[in-house]
Design a protein. Structure first.
Length: 118
């Protein structure tokens, strides 16, 4: 049972990138999912999330309408579409999932690096 992120890379300021979080051993029909990020020297912070019922949870203020979280129809993958990226968005992005009704167990991915630079 795990979650695996992918899709990170180098993108220019103002550009876009789409991250994926693939679930293995469960689906997001039963698990809440959140994207977190951690920049060098900073604490890990919440970016966005989506509940197992499919209603998007709160986006952090710094998102400012630039990001969108969604699930595929099979509910095995959650995406984070990031637009109008800024250098401050440079960070390791992590996928987090947990059973939506029980609140446990919890799963963390290994992260995918997003670097915003010209």
């Amino acid at each position: 049972v795990q979650v695996v992120e992918s899709g990170g890379g180098l993108v220019q300021p103002g550009g876009s990138i789409k991250l994926s979080c693939a679930a293995s051993g469960f689906t997001f029909s039963t698990h809440d999912m959140r994207w977190y990020r951690q920049a060098p020297g900073k604490e890990r912070e919440l970016v966005a999330g989506i509940t197992f019922r499919g209603r998007p949870s709160t986006y952090s203020e710094f998102v400012e309408g630039r990001f969108l979280v969604s699930k595929d129809a099979a509910e095995t993958t959650v995406y984070l579409q990031m637009n109008n990226l800024k250098p401050d968005d440079t960070a390791m992005y992590y996928c987090f999932a947990r059973d939506g009704r029980r609140g446990w167990p919890e799963y963390w991915g290994q992260g995918t690096q997003v670097t915003v630079a010209s």
